[in-house]
Design a protein around this ligand. Structure first.
Ligand code: ZN
Ligand code: ZN
Length: 211
């Protein structure tokens, strides 16, 4: 699911990307995996022809159970930046970590997709802090995680005070979101283990535990 106020346009760094059409304040939940997103089970993923898998994996991401999720409403077109304005560390949704102005590209950091293993790309984000090559291994780098954490926690502190277009879906699907609305704004308080790569709603098994 993707918040309103975002449009698909030609991108400076990529073919196309997502751009704000109105101000998106820091603390806005921008996207989340949801029940409307397309999903391929681990078995279906194994049966995909390699070129089709490669295309889907470029735009979608693997979940902890080996299934592949393609975020809905065009959210799969969100490009990477090493200075991303949307981050999801420890959360099952992406949150704007600074104010995003109309016309600005909305970006996330692909290194947060920790289940999408053994993956790398040459980065063209052109930000001052560009890491050159982006890898999933960077998602485990303590210095990078600390920078993400600082930004995410500042955003969570603002979340209850800004308008949340995705409130309905997140209230239903996301315990970290519910906890944040309830006043949690450290990741220790907000996180449950439900992340964009392991969302509770998608991975809860028959016994109620994680599949
Ligand atoms: Zn969705
Ligand atoms: Zn970069």
């Amino acid at each position: 699911m993707l918040t309103s106020g975002i449009d698909v346009r030609a991108s400076r760094t990529h073919n196309v990307g997502l751009f704000a059409t109105r101000p998106i304040p820091a603390g806005t939940a921008v996207w989340c995996p949801c029940t409307t997103c397309s999903r391929w089970t681990k078995e279906q993923v194994a049966d995909l022809p390699p070129d089709r898998f490669e295309r889907l994996d470029t735009y979608g991401h693997l979940l902890a159970d080996g299934s592949l999720l393609l975020p809905c409403l065009g959210a799969y077109l969100m490009n990477h930046s090493c200075e991303a304005n949307v981050l999801d560390l420890g959360l099952d949704f992406g949150v704007a970590v600074r104010d995003i102005a109309p016309g600005e590209e909305v970006t996330c950091d692909y290194a947060t997709f920790t289940e999408d293993g053994d993956w790398s790309m040459e980065c063209r984000c052109a930000s001052p802090g560009c890491r050159g090559t982006v890898t999933t291994a960077q998602g485990a780098d303590p210095r990078i995680r600390e920078r993400w954490r600082t930004r995410v926690e500042a955003a969570l502190a603002r979340l209850p005070r800004v308008h949340q277009p995705l409130d309905d879906v997140l209230t239903e699907l996301s315990e970290p979101y519910r906890r944040t609305l309830g006043g949690a704004h450290t990741l220790e308080e907000a996180s449950t283990g439900s992340t964009v790569c392991a969302p509770d709603f998608a991975l809860v098994g028959p016994g109620g535990g994680k599949a």
